[in-house]
Design a binder for this molecule. Sequence first.
Ligand code: BGC
Length: 455
Amino acid sequence: MPTFLHELRANTLVTRIAAIAAIGGFLFGYDTGVISGALLFIKKDLGAGPVVQEFIVASLLIGAMVGAVTSGYAAERISRRNTKILSGCLYVCGAIGCALSVNSGMLVGFRFLLGISVGTASFVSPMYISEVSPPRVRGGLTSFNQLAITSGILIAYLVDYFFRGLPGNWRWMLGVAAIPGAALAIGMLTVPRTPRWLVEHGRDGEALDVLRRLRAGARDSDAQEELRDIRRAVDESRDTRVRDLVQQRLRPLLLVGLALALFQQFVGTNTVIYYAPTILQNTGLNADTAIAQTLAVGITNLVFTVVAVLLLDRVGRRPLLLTGTAVLTAALVVLAVYFASDTVADSAPWLALVALVVYIAGFAVGLGPVFWLMISEIFPQTLRSAGMSVSTVANWAANFTISVSFLSLVGAITRPGTFLLYAGLGVCALVFFARRVPETSRRSLEEIQEELVRR
Ligand code: BGC
């Protein structure tokens, strides 16, 4: 069986296109990672109290929900490609606006705008990549997006670190994001619309041209056959309406999308991403060491996402999802034990860092990439935008809930109690995934549609 890397070399055009589209994921990750460091300086400069700081953080998450709702419609009307161009332009405006903000209100407003762009990019990127990729490498290529998210988080940590001594530090931290925003908008001008969107809009001739370019090296009859399959799938799903997603036939698909969306957040991922330095400081470390160790969490996230990219098409989505979720659940139990027992904490002070690293590795090989990948695969062609949009909104809403509730939850049920709660949700996730999540690797989107809708 040719390896993923061989396949990439044989499909250079698709690989280049996927890398450009994945810049959307980078914008998402950069914002996730940059704000905690920038906030340290913003609060002094703009005199922002705790509530205003919460607004500054939350405005992006709320904007992302709005972006995810509206861009489902845009991806359908003006194409996935143009929606991504728009999202890049919005991001540039948002980043420059944030950097030039003279008061907290302005910053909140521009972060909301940035959120609309991030929410849009968060699902139109995997959707675009999945619709142009050949089935054999779709898992790895679509997960370029998750790779870009994790790179964005890591680069943001480094940017925060290097800019911290400069005058106007936080303005630079937020402003430099305009560069990848512009790269996304300009890069997307150079790539085609997806064949699936073109067929849906009756532009079969153009779709065939795109398929011929994308599948260079394959026989012309293969491109024609792929076009016929897409046409058939579009015709079969033509009469479906958005409300069908909640009706009996398609409800199981929506349930899988929503469960992946909610569990991806409810196992506590972003408390680890946002609060890792705080969690580590609670183990008795000073701030500098805690921040340095947080970098280890960011690097592990990136490295294990690379592992997922290389394996998703070889071993399939389900084994990675189940193994990753089991590993992160076990790590949560270890964290709970660590914080519950002074004896454990005293005799093995390194255990908290090890548990955090193992946790993020489990997330990075499973739920991290698999959620975004699967929601781009399981919905029928004409309902893909709507299905992905609903799942993405649920994911951002859960992200918001978990991020704002972590500290209060620790106050109410203690730190071990909070990690045990996440672990309990991890067990529920495992049971649901084992019973309900289908395997989607190595099949065309049309074959997946046929099987899932008919069963
Ligand atoms: C999640 C984000 C998370 C990131 C971490 C993404 O798949 O949706 O909420 O911050 O992974 O790598």
